[in-house]
Design a protein around this ligand. Sequence first.
Ligand SMILES: NC(=O)c1ccc[n+]([C@@H]2O[C@H](COP(=O)([O-])OP(=O)(O)OC[C@H]3O[C@@H](n4cnc5c(N)ncnc54)[C@H](OP(=O)(O)O)[C@@H]3O)[C@@H](O)[C@H]2O)c1
Length: 330
Amino acid sequence: MEKIRWGILGCGKIANKFASDLRLVDDAALVAVASRDHQKAIEFSALHSSRYAFDSYEALVTCSEVDVIYIATPHGFHHEHALLCLNHKKAVLCEKAFALNAKQVKDMIDTAQKNNVFLMEAFWTKFLPQFQKLNEIIQSGEIGDLKMIQADFGFLAAQPTPQRLYDPKLGGGALLDIGIYPVFLAVTLLGKPLEVNAVMKPYATNVDEQIAMTLKFKNGELAILSATFAANTPVEATIVGTKGYVRMHNRFHNVTSDLELIVGHNPPKAIPVHKEEGYGYQFEARHVSECLRANRIESPVMRSADSLLLIETLDWIREKCGIKYEADSQ
Ligand SMILES: NC(=O)c1ccc[n+]([C@@H]2O[C@H](COP(=O)([O-])OP(=O)(O)OC[C@H]3O[C@@H](n4cnc5c(N)ncnc54)[C@H](OP(=O)(O)O)[C@@H]3O)[C@@H](O)[C@H]2O)c1
């Protein structure tokens, strides 16, 4: 079987982890990487055994030996870089947050459709075994009807705070960087919210250092969510139904999370979850392979509609607490 030929755009931290996990995908080969800094691309390429090390993103998108490009730049550039790839007919797996706002995401989806090319948000959590297990438990009815979701994501940012976290041009702010995970969990399990409320504490740059959110859904379900760069928090989620609840332990969005099921007044039961080596990015990469082999331009799991619902909810939360990006007025 011919391998799916991957390119990586931007050689930062997450790109390194993703490249390492690509080794765990049988039908994938890392063929090319691109950085604005040629030396960095050469070193990254040597570490992860890719054939090409380009000194520009433009060189990567014109490489005829690349089938799909993983975009690993800060989210302030996802729209620009996704369009660059799609307009060169390269399939795209783009890191979260997919872009800065719904307008940009719609433009990316339109561009993928116009070029008949695959596009998916790299929402890796949705492909992790523990998330599938959570869905199975909910579908089985064991915890009854969903009523409430609580989830937090916080870490104490290193000092000085990395620019990506607070610079609005890079899409800085806790919500788009880590608050997106609690919001993803709530809208994935409960759908489109009917009501949204949020408060935040800003950095000097006006993006959020901390944010707290409450969401209300169609049948009265509620979500209580938070994110912060100012403290380490449990990074746990509790999914509560009328008969019981599931706890997703630290870090709930990550492959390392363990699940616990509590039904009625019974003692907590540990739920076995498939574990394998790697950081957990191999699961989404395997899914991309399946989609490309089936000639899909959209994933049936992380659909364009799912990305739109997520970013529209994030836009709504930002509007409620006054987080603005230049892209909002363009
Ligand atoms: N799925 C996950 O678990 C996860 C985890 C962490 C981050 N992320 C997401 O991945 C993206 C990148 O995060 P990261 O932590 O890898 O960031 P990072 O270490 O700062 O890397 C970002 C890379 O983007 C490129 N870049 C292009 N223009 C840039 C600019 N003006 N300023 C800074 N970098 C620029 C740089 O690559 P070159 O210098 O090589 O061109 C840089 O190394 C973000 O959208 C983030 O939300 C996802």
